[in-house]
Design a protein around this ligand. Structure first.
Ligand code: NAD
Ligand code: ZN
Length: 359
């Protein structure tokens, strides 16, 4: 069975593209109760960008602090319930922020049309009805959440996406100007999510020419941005990283992530570590899966003088390591990609615990 891939319906890309949002939303406003919900990263509260959001009477701007924790099922349920009880059914929802905000917008869009808690829909194709119109505006590049078919949420028992065709954005606005203010460490960690998506996509059984075409372009852009003669956080590289993120997301959607993301999910679920950072912590110690790419990654870390702590596991209890290994073990699609359909013959829970103890 091959992946029947649902792409984003519409994409606009370029400096200043943010200002096209008003025109884009105009026809959408005829739907449902006619208002738009904007979920905006709290970083932008009080900044000029907020004055450029094309609000009309009846719209809601909800600022959300995405630190220190990743989005939760409760958070999405509460936002949905608040809006339905107080304002009605929105015409659309717009997410302006990083992967966390985009995932909140994607998940909430679905939850407006699906009853009960979002916990019920964590998994593949569990969502029953299409959501409302949703538009994504990344303000930091790397996760690929702008194009992926998943909205990753942390619930009481799992960190897992609401994954289906309806999760994919109807529209994205890719405006590289918006990423200029990202702090350097965060620029690196989230940017590395792209590089790691590319490397993981190519390191497993689901890799194919579709995934390779996007992944090759994405990894080439990452090399220019993070290792090239003009490496660093420049306007030109912001433009490249936004496309690298999109292509990395497309590459992994038509392949799969592997061991690094499996460990990263354990770190995020049990320790609350942020996704890009957790990936970097894990990738640094996975030579047996990613070979020379780990050395290339370390060159990037050195070149940009990034803080990447070692020996974190010295602080973890046996219980925490066991819990992280369990989260990781319960991501069979990732291990299948990394090790093959017989991965359970090759990898035990104890092996995964050992991987965590290396970090
Ligand atoms: P994020 O959304 O967590 O944001 C990271 C930090 O950057 C925050 O402090 C935020 O306030 C800040 N920030 C964002 N834009 C900024 C800007 N322009 N200027 C200054 N600060 C800015 O980071 P992320 O790495 O983009 O996303 C991580 C999240 O994405 C996780 O919750 C993860 O689960 C999810 N994710 C989803 C997918 C998917 O396919 N849906 C893929 C990977 C990761
Ligand atoms: Zn990722």
């Amino acid at each position: 069975m091959y992946n029947n891939f649902k792409n984003i319906e519409k994409v606009v890309y370029g400096r200043g593209a943010f200002d096209q949002m008003g025109d884009i939303l105009e026809p959408v406003r005829k739907e449902n109760d006619g208002f738009i919900v904007f979920v905006v990263d709290n970083y932008f509260r009080g900044k000029d960008l907020v004055d450029r959001i094309p609000t009309k009477a009846g719209d809601l701007i909800e600022f959300i602090d995405v630190d220190p924790y990743e989005p939760t099922t409760d958070q999405v349920d509460e936002l949905r319930d608040y809006v339905l009880e107080n304002l009605g059914m929105p015409a659309g929802i717009v997410g302006i922020g990083g992967g966390a905000i985009m995932d909140i917008a994607k998940a909430t869009s679905l939850m407006f049309k699906n009853e009960g808690s979002s916990q019920l829909y964590q998994g593949l194709n569990l969502v029953k009805n299409p959501g409302i119109y949703h538009l994504g505006v990344p303000t930091i590049s790397g996760t690929g959440a702008e194009c992926s078919m998943t909205a990753v949420l942390t619930g009481p028992t799992k960190k897992l996406g609401l994954k289906c065709d309806w999760t994919v954005f109807n529209q994205v606005i890719l405006d590289p100007e918006l990423t200029a203010s990202v702090p350097k460490n965060q620029w690196f960690y989230t940017g590395m999510d792209t590089y790691i998506h590319d490397i993981e996509a190519e390191s497993g059984i689901f890799y194919n020419a579709f995934s390779k075409a996007y992944g090759d372009q994405s990894v080439q852009l990452c090399r220019e941005i993070f290792l090239g003669d003009n490496a660093g956080q420049t306007p030109e590289n912001d433009e490249k990283l936004m496309i690298a993120s999109l292509f990395g997301g497309l590459s992994l959607t038509y392949s799969e992530v592997g061991a690094c993301h499996a460990l990263s999910y354990g770190l995020s679920k049990i320790l609350g570590m942020k996704h890009g950072y957790a990936n970097c912590i894990a990738f640094n110690h996975l030579e047996e899966f990613y070979g020379d790419a780990v050395n290339e990654f370390r060159q990037m870390v050195d070149m940009h003088k990034i803080d990447l702590p070692q020996n974190l596991s010295a602080e973890w209890t046996d219980e925490q390591v066991r819990q992280m290994a369990e989260v990781s073990y319960n991501l069979p699609h990732m291990w299948t990609h990394a090790l093959g359909h017989d991965w359970k013959d090759k990898l035990t829970l104890e092996d995964i615990e050992k991987m965590f103890r290396r970090l």
